[in-house]
Design a binder for this molecule. Structure first.
Ligand code: DON
Length: 576
């Protein structure tokens, strides 16, 4: 039994080399008296989550119901043709587990499958290729987590999405805004099924149009009635394999690959920040990166630091942790990820001491001496890139259980390949696509059955007594660790409310640039202050964060949804 008392684990990490997931029961928890809350990326999905919570459903029931709706109303971001990470906290036992529903590479995948004549395929062609499609994990994740935690009947979880698919919903401004732009670079307006659905009569859907998707309703009805086998075997599986094997750049995804899919239950990654314990999904997730950033940041800020000094520490903590993330994190079932070293308190202190000058390139550290034996770095350099197409939801139920879930089809509308009323992912482009035969493979190199590294970083934070403090996470590709780090540091160190924290300008410091969001006045001031300190600042009008945060404070739940997207927060002030 992989039980983890996150609090005990983080305390151990202060003194020992690594957290070894002690089997330890939480101290007797006080009865939960704070009600329930859901912060989700679309109002229809928030409503579905709240409907489950009102019936006394588990946070997992609410997450599944909400995500099934997101696949309908926000198909550009995530859905059942993609994958997801779910971190689940149980109030009663104090346990925290990571359920990995990431897509897997087909058995026919090869390390050089994105290479053409010695050159790496460009992102746009790779994105729209059949090769990019991995085995979807979301439905199996629903089933496995519902079996473990669910309180409501399985079929009920899908009813809000089925009703909405059959009765129709108004196309949201965000989805409508994508359609004309995406047609210029993708095959969404050409591929069978997708073309007719998103571009009826050859024109992109407009915001406010009533849109029905009975095909999706039928797919979910089959899953509601028969469970995941309706998805992973039979006609749907055959149709998914056929769509992935379609031109251009056909992939090898087969019905055998689809049928063989399993989720993985993993321990979480944790480290302390002052009196808090921050935990998140372990690799192939990148949640360890924002956790490292918090610890490094804490070493870099002195007690008398000004806000400007703090922002510089915020930038440098990112530069240090991103370099490590880019180099070391990948699927731990295929490569040895030195996670214990990266999260070791002594390594984090050493790493903070390696703070780069603003004009110095950021390179990875070496956690070898903190992992017992062997060398941590056997990997080549990696420049994996990603773009928009993801959603995060944070939920706390009436019994104090919590879910932090980030789900993705990778780039907007995934591979644009349409089956059964949903889109297939292009998650294989999250692998290192470049293959150089003469250099050591990257940790995130492609292999059959492997899961591509993900930037998705679902997080759950506990206070000094091991009580739930915060649930957070965001979409945003490679910028996710930076966005999530901001949401944590802004609340826990800068004293901001959840709303102010998620709205605060994003700053992303990966590689040799520091990107600063200048859409708001404060962003411009931050950009100028960082330039004055010698950072290579790139100003951006907007950012792609979609933070959904729940904070337990002053005896109540306080939630926020990122104003950059369409999310809302639902609340039940007392338990049902
Ligand atoms: O798993 C990942 O890291 C990416 N597929 C996530 C992409 C993403 O977040 C795009 N966001 N808007």
């Amino acid at each position: 039994m992989k039980y983890l008392n996150a609090f005990a684990c983080a305390l151990m990490m202060l003194t020992t080399a690594a957290c070894s997931n002690p089997v330890q029961k939480a101290p007797e928890p006080a009865p939960w008296a704070y009600g329930a809350m859901a912060s989700v990326a679309n109002p229809h999905a928030t409503a579905a989550a709240m409907a489950m919570l009102e019936q006394g459903g588990h946070a997992v029931d609410a997450a599944i119901a909400a995500h099934a709706v997101l696949g309908l109303v926000e198909p550009q971001s995530s859905g059942i043709g993609g994958g997801a990470f779910m971190v689940v906290h149980e109030h009663e036992s104090g346990s925290l587990l990571f359920h990995d529903g990431r897509e897997t590479a087909p058995a026919g995948a090869t390390v050089d499958m994105f290479m053409r004549d010695g050159e790496t395929m460009g992102f746009l062609s790779a994105w729209q290729s059949g090769t990019a499609v991995g085995v979807p994990g979301a439905i199996k994740l629903y089933e496995d987590t519902h079996r473990k935690y669910g309180k409501l009947p399985w079929a009920e979880l899908f009813q809000p999405a089925i009703d909405l698919a059959n009765e129709g919903f108004e196309v949201s401004p965000r989805m409508a805004a994508f359609l004309p732009r995406i047609a210029a670079v993708s095959r969404l307006d050409e591929n069978p099924g997708a073309k007719e659905y998103f571009y009826p009569g050859g024109k992109p859907l407009l915001a406010g149009t009533l849109l029905k998707n009975p095909e999706y309703g039928a797919t979910l009805k089959a899953v509601a009635e028969q469970g995941s086998r309706a998805f992973y075997t039979g006609q749907l599986a055959e149709a998914m394999a056929a769509a992935a094997q379609m031109e251009p750049a056909p992939g090898t995804l087969s019905t055998a690959d689809i049928e063989a899919y399993t989720t993985v239950e993993r321990d979480v990654a944790c480290a302390p920040f002052r009196t808090f314990t921050i935990c998140g999904a372990s690799p192939p997730s990148s949640a360890a990166a924002p956790i490292m950033m918090m610890a490094i940041y804490d070493q870099l800020v002195g007690p008398s630091a000004s806000h400007e000094d703090k922002v510089a520490a915020f930038v440098d903590a990112q530069r240090l942790a991103y370099a490590d993330r880019d180099h070391y994190i990948a699927d731990p079932d295929f490569v040895s990820v030195p996670l214990d070293g990266l999260l070791n308190a002594a390594y984090l202190t050493e790493r903070a001491g390696q703070r780069f000058a603003p004009d110095e390139p950021a390179v990875q550290g070496d956690p070898s001496s903190y992992i017992g034996s062997g060398s941590a770095s056997v990997f080549g350099n990696d420049s994996t890139d990603e773009i928009a197409g993801t959603s995060h939801l944070s939920i706390v139920d009436g019994d104090g259980n919590a879910v932090s879930m980030t789900a993705t089809v990778e780039a907007p509308f995934g591979s644009s390949r349409w089956v059964g009323g949903f889109l297939l992912n292009n998650q294989m482009t999250d692998f290192a696509r470049a293959y150089q035969p003469d250099t050591p493979p990257q940790a995130n190199a492609i292999a059959p059955g492997k899961r591509p590294r993900s930037s998705m970083s679902p997080i759950v934070i506990f206070d000094e007594a091991g009580r739930l403090k915060m649930v957070t996470g965001s979409p945003g590709g490679n910028s996710i660790p930076a966005y999530v780090f901001k949401s944590m540091v802004a609340v826990l160190d800068w004293g901001m409310t959840p709303e102010t924290a998620v709205a605060y300008p994003n700053i992303i410091a990966r590689g040799d640039k520091v990107r600063v969001e200048i859409a708001m006045e404060e962003g411009k001031a931050l950009a100028n202050a960082l330039k004055a300190r010698g950072y290579n600042v790139e100003e951006r009008e907007g950012e792609n964060s979609g933070l959904h945060l729940i904070l337990v404070e002053d005896g109540e739940l306080k939630g926020a949804a990122d104003p950059r997207r369409e999310g809302t927060v639902g609340v039940l002030s007392t338990a049902p």
